[in-house]
Design a protein around this ligand. Structure first.
Ligand code: MIG
Length: 666
């Protein structure tokens, strides 16, 4: 059951699609406090939720702020990342879900200040609050997902492996990536274009020197079965003669400053204006611009810098320059010097700048800070709505960095600028389960790590998790160690993992589609299905569909790991699609060996999954000849469709050929 409470005058966010009649009276479970809510946690309460946040599966014991931020430091004490997903499930003494539909900054103290106190505060109390009760966590999620609407469905090729790097500068770089993947016979479906394909970082332009014929390149790549996926940034460069800039100014489609002039901030191209994505007309205008690239044969995009990220604002820069000048004339001691470095570092993504610009919402001018967390959502919406107009039949790949609940109807998200850290491999898995709760099914993190230099060991272990992620993309930052798979001495081992991925695509796509069409989760915490203490407290294993449990190796130099089995399962140890062994393990704690070259995962009792052969890309996959891997007698219902059409006409095929790994329980 869902109850809606309307407090004050909420801003219409469009997070939800169902219109509920608000309840009168007190919000259950919570005590209302000054600008917030309080709930007394009991000893065994688990708090799930918050989507894209650090802090693992059980969010208890930490503090979080919903304030979408371009923060490349995903650390234990990080308060905010790129998305705001104000949904929690409290499970223990009582069981309920709560969604705070509020687009401003919001703080969640989840047993941080005091271990038994959950305190949620906001700048004001203008919000919709939804309380959801049900008979299980999964049931609560399903009801919530029905409320917020169906998740975005990408084309099937987006389940293939993608190679990306910030640093591919020209056509030849792209051709080389394609060539070397094909030379090494490593499957590949997509190559990503980062900011360097643009002319001076101007959206919807192409650098003619570096990419003299993008359309031709796109065609050549498609012949190889590879799609190009360009990046689009939020900020529009201020430059005379640049049509996007000139039209935006003329039509009043940019956010404005206090004087009503287009607000000036700086990002990649230097000074920019921000499109006012909250204005439906501006959304339509910006969305139509994607046709520049669609017309060249492009079928997918990633939206970046849409928190929005700000290097500096014109106004603050001037103030800082003035102050630095004053400080420089002094004999700077400790306090002046800290002020000096502080104001320079504080230029980027300064919260104060969010008070300085305004959106045009239905004739009213609303300060950005009041709806900050909706900006990325509405950029994705601009793209998603445009694709429905511009490509009515064919699905277009779209994923964004910044998001709010509601954006999951228009695109996926990637998990931002992680690092080549072992802890971020684990975080990737935990975050995916939390994101599934709030509707983001198409997601994944930069495999191998974005910042810092990766190692061949980390890459291989990371691939062993990413083989299961809907978005499987290898991406890295400018200046870091190059990490295309052919750069490593253990390239052959990496290749085998990619081949396993392709063998699993029929199953993964099927599970994704079942989750998307049934408002369900593809990845779940163990505690959603098993109620014993050990399962409820497991942070480094998750369930996939009804068939699998993942327990990736997330530590350096490991020869294996401890795994908890909440029921009997089949351990699969795979070195390649042809070379693997199966071993039934009883319920309980086990040390499981996993050599670096071995992918381990578990098939749940009585289940089996379909596995096919590898292919050079998703289009060449043969899904007519699948074998079952798992328990004897098990069947699998495979969901299939053409992987392209928007109006999904799926069918279910029962697979019940002999499991190629026969296991009977002893
Ligand atoms: O400030 O476009 O998260 O994936 O490679 C960095 C360059 C801007 C941030 C994205 C990252 C991308 C990078 N961008």
């Amino acid at each position: 059951m869902i109850e809606k409470f309307v407090l004050g005058k909420p801003f219409e966010t469009f997070a939800t699609v169902e219109r509920l009649t608000p309840s009168e009276g007190e919000i259950p479970f919570f005590t209302t406090i000054d600008k917030g809510f309080f709930y007394k946690l009991s000893d065994n309460d688990i708090v799930y939720g918050l989507g894209e946040q650090v802090g693992g599966i059980n969010k208890r014991g930490k503090k979080y702020i919903s304030r979408n931020s371009d923060n490349p430091h995903h650390q234990e004490d990080t308060l905010s990342l790129y998305g705001a997903h104000n949904f929690l499930i409290i499970s223990g003494e009582e069981l309920f879900g709560v969604f705070f539909d509020y687009p401003g900054f919001m703080e969640f103290d989840i047993g941080y200040t005091n271990r038994d106190e959950l305190t949620i505060t906001a700048e004001n109390m203008d919000m919709d609050v939804y309380i959801i009760t049900g008979n299980s966590e999964r049931d609560i999620v399903k009801q919530f997902r029905k409320l917020i609407g169906k998740s975005y469905i990408p084309p099937k090729w987006a389940f293939g492996y993608g190679q990306s790097r910030w640093g591919y500068k020209c056509e030849e770089d792209i051709r080389e990536v394609a060539r070397r993947y094909r030379e090494n016979n490593i499957p590949l479906d997509s190559i990503y274009l980062d900011i360097d394909y643009m002319e001076d970082y101007k959206d919807f332009t192409v650098n003619k020197e570096a990419f003299p014929d993008l359309k031709g390149l796109c065609e050549d790549m498609k012949k190889e079965g590879i799609r190009l996926v360009p990046i689009i940034d939020a900020g529009v460069k201020i430059e005379k003669g640049y049509s996007v800039y000139e039209e935006g100014v003329e039509k009043g489609y940019f956010c404005t400053d206090r004087e009503g002039n287009p607000f000036i901030a700086a990002v990649w191209p230097g000074r920019v204006h921000f499109p006012d994505f909250l204005d439906p007309k501006a959304r339509e205008w910006f969305g139509d611009k994607y046709s520049v690239l669609l017309d060249m044969g492009i079928e997918g995009f990633w939206n970046d810098m849409n928190e929005p990220a700000i290097f500096y604002s014109e106004k603050r820069l001037n103030e800082v320059l003035e102050r630095i000048n004053e400080l420089g004339k002094k004999n700077m001691g400790i306090s002046e010097f800290f002020e000096f470095t502080g104001i320079v570092n504080g230029l980027s993504n300064n919260e104060g700048d969010y008070d300085e610009f305004f959106h045009n919402v239905g004739e009213k001018s609303v300060p950005h800070c009041r709806l900050h967390n909706l900006y990325g959502f509405n950029m994705t919406k601009a793209a998603g709505e445009a694709f429905e107009r511009l490509s009515p039949d064919k699905r277009i790949l779209m994923f964004s960095r910044s998001s709010y609940i509601g954006a999951h109807r228009y695109g996926g998200i990637w998990q931002g600028d992680n690092k080549s850290w072992w802890s971020h491999l684990l975080m990737n898995m935990q975050m995916t389960a939390s994101l599934n709760m709030v509707g983001f099914l198409y997601t994944g993190a930069d495999t191998g790590g974005f910042g810092c230099d990766t190692t061949e060991e980390l890459m291989l272990r990371w691939l062993q998790l990413s083989v299961f992620m809907p978005l499987m993309r290898n991406h890295s930052a400018l200046g870091t160690r190059e990490q295309e798979l052919y750069r490593f001495r253990n390239c052959e081992d990496c290749k085998k993992m990619i081949e396993i991925r392709y063998g699993l695509i029929p199953y993964l796509y099927s599970e994704f589609m079942k989750a998307a069409t049934n408002d369900d989760m593809m990845f779940r915490p163990l505690g959603f299905d098993f109620k014993d203490e050990a399962a409820r407290n497991t942070e480094d294993q998750v369930l996939l569909g009804s068939e699998l449990m993942l327990a990736p190796v997330c530590t350096r130099n490991a020869k294996g790991r401890y795994v908890y089995l909440p029921e009997e399962m089949l351990l699969i140890r795979m070195r390649s699609l042809e070379d693997y062994d199966c071993e039934p393990l009883p319920k309980g704690h086990h040390y499981v060996k996993a050599d670096l070259k071995e992918l381990i995962f578990f098939i749940r009792k009585g289940k089996a999954i379909p596995v096919g052969k590898s292919a050079k890309n998703t289009e060449s996959l043969d899904s007519d000849h699948l074998s079952l891997l798992g328990y004897e007698g098990a069947e699998y219902e495979l969901y299939e469709d053409d992987g392209i059409s928007r109006n999904v006409m799926g069918s279910i095929r029962k697979i019940k050929n002999k499991p190629y790994c026969r296991m009977t329980t002893s």
